[in-house]
Design a protein around this ligand. Structure first.
Ligand SMILES: Nc1nc2c(c(=O)[nH]1)N[C@H]1C(S)=C(S)[C@@H](COP(=O)(O)O)O[C@H]1N2
Ligand SMILES: [Mo]
Length: 336
């Protein structure tokens, strides 16, 4: 269990004062006073047995999944790890998914996410906008497994086997127009899900829905991946079922979970975290040990589960694949 005293990721929203937050400041203050957010209760240690029990529930959920029969898929050996895989229980019980709460222990609450039917809207600068059912989409994609490192901006890290497909296949499927320069991914919001299902959505000082994106060149890079599975099974709700973005050379917040919309545009999007605290979270967000977060160092990272400390690597160790993407962007803030 990872209980952190310094909850760095949870600090930005308390310090943030953008317009949207001002409007809700009174509610926020009330909520804190009432102990309904960032409360010690939510973060208090749970007995380990609660998590083991939960793991059991998940097996049942996974076997009901209409894509369960697609897994496991063949591992692509081109992407090798320099460290052991993170324990599955750790990767599936220590999560960031603010729609279910602004703390790490959201895995149980996330089981309420209704995963079917699930459609993905593909729109914006494409030949023809369309809405595709997830079970149709996944069967049109070449599935593979990739073991990737993943680095959260808060300095915890993991190494996990994702299953899914290279993002470039989804881009080709979408048929973007030649003028499209960015791809924007959006998570469900209160249009799709009732706030009782994902109670974090009631925290109206956040700019829901969660959104983030990348350039077309990044989207077509071979590292960019859409995960539909984890540890050889359908991806659990808490990790972003039924499909989530994985850009392993960037900080984890770029990895939009539970995607309902893929939008192509010629305008750079302003991401969820950029809206919350633009001075700390930017568009590129490439991992770099030499560029500290304004409030903490990024020099080292702590592996989930083992607690092992490792030096952070530039581009999270994927520079051979992605460094070329940034050669013409030297004036930009590439590492926050
Ligand atoms: N929709 C949504 N996607 C999200 C987040 C979130 O709060 N909501 N958190 C991000 C952050 S900060 C990280 S580190 C990763 C965590 O992914 P994991 O829980 O699968 O490890 O999800 C990212 N994607
Ligand atoms: Mo993160």
């Amino acid at each position: 269990m990872q209980i952190r005293r310094r909850r760095g990721w949870e600090i930005p929203e308390r310090e943030a004062t953008p317009e949207a937050v001002h409007a809700d400041r009174r509610r926020l203050v009330k909520a804190i006073a009432a102990g309904s957010m960032l409360g010690a209760g939510a973060l208090a240690a749970r007995p380990a047995s609660a998590f083991l029990g939960f793991g059991g529930d998940r097996q049942v959920a996974a076997s009901n999944d209409p894509t369960a029969g697609l897994y496991p898929v063949k591992r692509n050996e081109r992407y090798a790890l320099d460290r052991p895989l993170t324990d599955e229980v750790q990767a599936t019980t220590y999560n960031n998914f603010y729609e279910f709460g602004s703390h790490k222990q959201i895995s149980r609450a996330a089981q309420r996410l209704p995963l079917r039917p699930w459609t993905v809207r593909i729109d914006g600068m494409v030949e023809e906008p369309r809405t595709v059912d997830f079970d149709t989409l996944i069967r049109a994609m070449p599935l593979e497994e990739r073991v990737y490192r993943m680095r959260c901006v808060e300095a915890w890290a993991m190494a996990v086997p994702w299953s899914g497909f290279q993002l470039s296949h989804l881009v080709a499927y979408a048929k973007p127009l030649s003028g499209a320069r960015y791809v924007v991914f959006t998570t469900f919001g209160s249009n799709e899900i009732s706030p009782g299902t994902a109670t974090g959505l009631r925290q109206s000082w956040y700019p829901w829905p969660y959104v983030d994106g990348c350039s077309m060149a990044e989207a077509n890079n071979e590292m960019s991946f859409i995960a539909t599975g984890l540890y050889g099974k359908p991806i659990p709700a808490q990790n972003g079922a039924p499909l989530r973005l994985v850009l392993p050379w960037k900080y984890g917040f770029k990895g939009v979970k539970s995607i309902v919309r893929v939008h192509f545009t010629d305008r750079r999007p302003i991401s969820f975290w950029e809206q919350v605290q633009g001075s700390e979270y930017g568009f590129w967000a490439n991992v770099n040990p030499a560029v500290p977060h304004p409030r903490w160092s990024q020099a080292n990272e702590r592996m989930l589960g083992s607690g092992e400390m490792r030096p952070t690597q530039i581009y999270n160790g994927y520079g051979e694949f992605v460094a070329g993407l940034y050669e013409d962007l030297k004036g930009e803030k590439l590492y926050m």
